[in-house]
Design a protein around this ligand. Structure first.
Ligand SMILES: [Zn+2]
Length: 441
């Protein structure tokens, strides 16, 4: 996705997800086995972790650890591109071009935005194509050929152009009218906009990339709807979508806001997982729903956005006082200042990576607890957690988990599941424990 567009896509931070697996076996009934007296949680966790063969585990670790560096390269490439736009006055030229086309200021802002997003996307394309296509292919995580992958990128670019313009036009309107206090209202507008994007995403954005339909198979649908009813969730709100178009990753999510809030699960989950595994995953997603994580996430990210705008206001004034003339940027009301704003906001959120990850990881952990209590399938939970180990490091150091993990690690999640199982011996499932979830090829 384009860098400049990431400002906009903050809203999508609010959707919570979950992932992965591979062998398909007939759905076994949940077993009821007595657990030996002194159940050793740690040994049970290690037994699950051992299900992923060492070679595949090394591959998954390498993939995930490479992602740590990509955070840095993405940040640096954004800063360099934005700085070049200012330093060589390309930003000022894009503004001049917009002004020569129309006298209407909102339209000038929109025209400038289009040029900025397209330019930034073209310049960072080599890194984006490596990261999103070649690297994913190398690790066997992509099901798409280049053409369909590229088409998805173009659609995403258009979404960023349209949504970004919808934010930038009123934002610069506020800056021009409100003067010094613009950042308070700018932050408020951005939070409201994030809620708006979340509201329309399931209906207008997600269908651009995948086909959604209500879940049909009664063997899966009925138990899920029963769980949903038991948890006070509108019973028709379970959707399935064709994520296999892009990858084999198992995933489900809660998306939307207010009237569009819905739970969706992907076709990989349906194909690769047993009923207990699907149930525990849906229990997790229902946790996000019932615990109002969409709203709590918005409030927490909202606080960061308000602080971010205060720093943005200070940083823009500081930068323009020094280099404004050199860059031919007339002031804070001039759209040509946007690359500076992108640099400052990228820096802020780059430094906040452990904070935003911890906000997400904490909510995910809550949803795990909710899923365990609702579905009561600790062994199914452990198998799904292992499937995520295809592309997320299973056993990181606590420091690594704190900094880089937006979901708890496999070890943390399986430890929670086995701890739950130790207190609920009747929930143990021999079938789930014995199920080989990875092809050992
Ligand atoms: Zn989740």
């Amino acid at each position: 996705m384009s860098r400049a567009g990431r400002l906009v896509v903050l809203a999508i931070l609010l959707s919570a997800d979950r992932v992965s697996g591979q062998a398909s076996t007939p759905v076994p009934p949940p077993g009821n086995q007595a657990i030996p007296e002194a159940f050793d949680v740690r040994a049970a966790v290690d037994a699950y972790l051992a299900k992923l063969p060492p070679a595949q585990r090394a591959r998954s670790d390498a993939y995930f650890e490479g992602g740590y560096w990509l955070l840095l390269w993405d940040f640096l490439s954004t800063v360099v591109v934005m700085w070049l736009l200012l330093r060589f006055r390309w930003s000022a030229r894009m503004r001049n071009l917009a002004e020569s086309v129309t006298h209407l200021r909102p339209l000038q802002t929109a025209l400038y935005w289009v040029q900025l997003v397209v330019t930034a996307s073209v310049v960072t394309f080599p890194l984006d194509v490596y990261e999103g296509y070649f690297r994913e292919c190398k690790y066997g995580l992509l099901n798409q050929t280049f053409g369909p992958w590229m088409w998805d990128q173009i659609v995403m670019l258009l979404v960023n152009v349209v949504l970004g313009a919808m934010l930038m036009v009123p934002l610069f309107g506020l800056v021009r009218r409100l003067g010094k206090s613009w950042w308070v209202w700018g932050a408020t507008l951005t939070v409201v906009f994030a809620a708006f994007v979340s509201l329309i995403a399931p209906v207008y954005i997600a269908p651009l990339f995948n086909k959604y339909r209500t879940l049909q198979d009664p063997h899966i649908k009925d138990p899920i709807l029963s769980m949903a009813r038991a948890n006070g969730i509108p019973a028709t709100d379970v959707y399935e979508f064709d994520a296999s178009r892009q990858s084999n990753r198992v995933s489900a999510n809660v998306s939307g806001f207010a009237g569009t809030l819905r739970i969706s699960l992907n076709d990989n989950l349906l194909k690769r997982c047993t009923l207990p595994e699907i149930e525990t995953t849906m229990g997790h997603e229902m946790g996000h729903y019932v615990l109002n994580h969409a709203y709590k996430g918005l409030v927490m990210i909202g606080v960061l956005i308000v602080i971010g705008f205060a720093l943005l206001n200070w940083g823009i004034n500081f930068g323009l006082a020094r280099w404004g003339l050199k860059w031919d940027v007339r002031g804070i009301t001039d759209v040509a200042v946007l690359p500076l704003a992108v640099i400052l906001f990228s820096f802020y959120f780059f430094l906040l990576t452990p904070v935003t990850n911890t906000i997400s990881r904490t909510l995910e952990y809550e949803a795990d607890m909710y899923g365990l209590n609702t579905a009561q399938q600790p062994d199914g939970e452990a198998n799904v957690d292992m499937l995520l180990g295809e592309y997320r490091k299973l056993d990181p150091s606590p420091f690594e988990e704190f900094i880089f993990f937006d979901h708890p690690s496999g070890r943390t999640r399986i430890t929670a599941a086995m701890r739950w199982k130790a207190e609920h011996p009747q929930s143990s499932s021999a079938e789930e424990m014995a199920r080989p979830i990875f092809n050992t090829k």
